[in-house]
Every structure is written in structure tokens, then in C-alpha cells.
Write a protein that binds this ligand. Structure first.
Ligand SMILES: *Cc1c(COP(=O)(O)O)cnc(C)c1O
Length: 243
């Protein structure tokens, strides 16, 4: 795999400081404690050096969207204390490795995958956090569970043996104007509230993973507890060839 050239460590540190500052201001404006929002640095396509630079600047949580690429990076920075989060679609043939190695998997997009991950986690003696990815736009190209099927998935999650379902994740459609994304963020929070009213325990609903580089402040205003930020920290990724 060829890695994207990463920015100099000072630039990554300065970008991180800027993103943290913007998160803190968005949280304060929404009368939330800044500590209630976790920053996930999305290091996909960038090499271990970029991760090390961010770790040196105090970053602990990293997001990756491909299992293979992430495992190589985990090994390369095994000496640093880092929590790895999988945020991309997971194929079932990789569920085993993912359940064993990731701190959290944000992209649980089917009941089957949930059951597979739980079995794999139990076998590996791991207890990964899982987030249920919702599809609010019914875009054929996107992954996720439609809201009407969420209650059944959460019911099943209640009998997981090893994996712990901790919340919801959203990848909204892309809009040039980030304000246009706000209704999607708001809807995810409403769905969380609805599930709580139906009796899903709070421990399964504590995380809302939503917001990326161009809209994370709006996500924080709408209740995000995890924002997934890549470009604003590490710089632009080369545009991947379409597969
Ligand atoms: C790449 C990616 C991000 C980060 O996107 P940026 O626009 O670079 O901040 C966030 N979430 C998911 C699921 C991603 O795949």
C-alpha cells in the first residue's frame, strides 16, 4: 500500500490544537462540557509517522477504515498507547481479526455482523465496543441499518456475550454547505432518544459518533460524543481510485 505523504509533525500538532479548540468552543456554545466530546483522529491512508506525530501531540484515539491497513499500523506503533477504532465497512471474513484487535468498531451495519463480532470477540477474549451504523438517507451506496430495524438490533445486542454495544454512528450524505447536514445529526439524536424511551439501557446509547472535518462543529452542537476528523488534522488524502 502506498501511503499519503504526511504533514510535518509541527503541522499535525498545530492542526490538532486547532481542532480541539474548535470542539471546545462548539461544546461550550451548546452548554456541553468539552470533555464530553472525544476526538478520533482519522489516520487512514497516512503512515505510522503521522500517527506518531499525533501521539506526541497528545492524541490517543485513531480511526481507520480498512482492517488490513490498520493492523499494519497497529504493529508499527505498538509501543505507543493508542486506541484504534474501525470506522469503515467491515466484510465478514475480516470480522474475526477486527473483533480481536480494535478497541471499538463504529461500522456495525447488520444484525449478522453484530452476532459474528460477538462470537469472535468471545473466542479472542476481547470486549470491543460496538456502534450501530444507521442509514438515514437510504442511499443504495451507503451501509447501515435503517431506523425501523434498529430496535431489533438493540434487542439482540442485549444478549451479546463479549461485545458491548455503546451507541450509534452516522455517515450522512455529503453536502457542500455543512448546515444542510444538521437535520441528519439531529435525527440520529432523536433516534437515540426514541430507543431510550423504548427501554434500551443508557449504557448501550451513550455514544453518538457523527461529524467529520467539514461539519464536526455542527455535530457537536447536535450532541456528538465522538467526532471523526481526518483531513483537518493530517491534510488532504490523495483521491482514491474508484473501485
Ligand atoms: C475518512 C472518514 C472520516 C474523516 O473524514 P475527513 O473529512 O477527512 O475528516 C470520518 N468518518 C469516516 C467513516 C471516514 O471514512
Amino acid at each position: 500500500m502506498s501511503e499519503a505523504p504526511s504533514a510535518a509533525p509541527e503541522i499535525i500538532a498545530a492542526n490538532l490544537a486547532d481542532v480541539r479548540d474548535r470542539i471546545a468552543r462548539a461544546a461550550s456554545a451548546a452548554r456541553r462540557a468539552p470533555s464530553t466530546v472525544r476526538l478520533l483522529a482519522v489516520s487512514k491512508t497516512f503512515g505510522p509517522d503521522a500517527v506518531r506525530a499525533a501521539v506526541a501531540a497528545g492524541q490517543r484515539d485513531f480511526g481507520e477504515n480498512r482492517v488490513q491497513e490498520a493492523l499494519a499500523k497497529m504493529d508499527a506503533v505498538a509501543d505507543a498507547s493508542v486506541s484504534w477504532h474501525l470506522i469503515g465497512h467491515l466484510q465478514s471474513n475480516k470480522a474475526k481479526r477486527a473483533a480481536a484487535r480494535f478497541h471499538a468498531i463504529h461500522s456495525v451495519d447488520s444484525l449478522d455482523l453484530l452476532l459474528q463480532l460477538d462470537r469472535a470477540a468471545a473466542e479472542a477474549g476481547a470486549t470491543p465496543e460496538l456502534l450501530v451504523q444507521l442509514d438515514l438517507a437510504s442511499e443504495a451506496t451507503k451501509f447501515g441499518i435503517t431506523p425501523d430495524r434498529a430496535p431489533a438490533v438493540f434487542e439482540q445486542a442485549g444478549s451479546c456475550a463479549a461485545a458491548r454495544v455503546v451507541g450509534l454512528m452516522l455517515i450522512p450524505p455529503y453536502f457542500d454547505n455543512p448546515e444542510d447536514v444538521r437535520p441528519y445529526f439531529r435525527r440520529l439524536a432523536e433516534i437515540r432518544d426514541g430507543l431510550a424511551q423504548q427501554g434500551v439501557p443508557d449504557s448501550m446509547l451513550r455514544e453518538l459518533s457523527m461529524g467529520m472535518s467539514h461539519d464536526f462543529e455542527i455535530a457537536v452542537a447536535e450532541g456528538a460524543t465522538v467526532v471523526r476528523v481526518g483531513t483537518a488534522i493530517f491534510g488532504r488524502r490523495p483521491t482514491a481510485p474508484k473501485v
